[in-house]
Design a binder for this molecule. Structure first.
Ligand code: ZN
Length: 269
């Protein structure tokens, strides 16, 4: 707990001042002010230029994940949002931010990305995805002449952490910060993962205020040894939310939330 030790000399010094001027209420109040102010003036350990963030782009061009209500592959959404977040983080001084884009079939790509992440010694990994629903929830519609699928039943972002990751606690801390920032942007998290109707997709809700779920088996979380969070930025099978995810406004809100959370996470280390 280096932070505690850093504050200790200031607190001891203030106690001495307090006992010497105990008859002078004005000085005592001033000294108490120093005790209260101490954490604010302590220098942050966050060096943005050295803080290494990996933005893992979910899925690959060859195995693109979910298909949106308007037949756009999830990978396209993931790549676009990840690039936008990368730009914002870099412009805020997080120069060591990088995109992790993997190629090839789905399952080998997951182990490949875990290996790259472990070699990187990153401070934080955020895996970026867009959500869909189990096949049994899908309804049919026609979009631009093509038979397509949708489900307007659910919407919202969600965050997942794995207990099998050795940095589970730290991962959970970042996930909570990101959830808090998303909430502050006025966005709602996807409630359905905690409900019995999700069957084998049901997850334990770890933070019901901001939408953090436990999902132990996810390879990119479970096989990595650095703080890692999987982020479903929103549902692209929901027809309204897909349109929102296409908008620069929503992408900017999400980008601002990620940047805010990374700043807080870095500063609180
Ligand atoms: Zn995905």
């Amino acid at each position: 707990m280096p932070g505690v030790w850093r504050h200790r000399p200031i607190i001891i010094g203030s106690i001495v001042i307090l006992s010497l001027v105990s008859l002078d209420a004005g000085y005592a109040a001033w000294a108490r002010g120093i005790v209260r102010a101490a954490p604010k003036i302590a220098p942050s350990k966050c060096e943005r230029s050295k803080f290494k963030v990996i933005l893992d782009v979910g899925h690959t061009a060859e195995a693109p994940g979910a298909r949106s209500a308007r037949n756009i592959p999830e990978f396209d959404f993931n790549l676009r949002l990840a690039k936008r977040i990368e730009d914002r983080l870099k412009s805020e001084g997080f120069a060591e931010t990088s995109l992790l884009v993997t190629e090839g079939p789905a399952r080998p790509s997951l182990f490949k990305r875990a290996a790259v992440i472990n070699d990187s010694k990153a401070d934080l990994v955020l895996s970026i995805h867009h959500d869909s629903v189990p096949d049994s929830f899908l309804e049919e519609w026609e979009f631009e002449g093509a038979q397509s699928h949708f489900s307007d039943q659910f919407s919202g972002y969600s965050l997942f952490v794995s207990h099998d990751n050795p940095k589970f606690r730290t991962s959970l801390r970042f996930a909570r910060l990101l959830g808090k920032q998303m909430k502050a942007q006025g966005l709602r998290y996807a409630r359905q993962y905690a409900q019995p109707l999700m069957g084998r997709y049901r997850r334990k809700l770890l933070d019901k205020r901001v939408g953090v779920y436990r999902y132990d088996q996810l390879i990119v979380l479970a096989q990595t040894r650095v703080p890692a969070v999987l982020f479903e930025a929103g549902s692209i099978i929901n027809r309204d939310e897909e349109m929102a995810m296409e908008s620069t406004e929503r992408q900017d809100m999400t980008g601002a939330a990620v940047v805010g959370a990374v700043k807080e996470f870095c500063a609180s280390r």
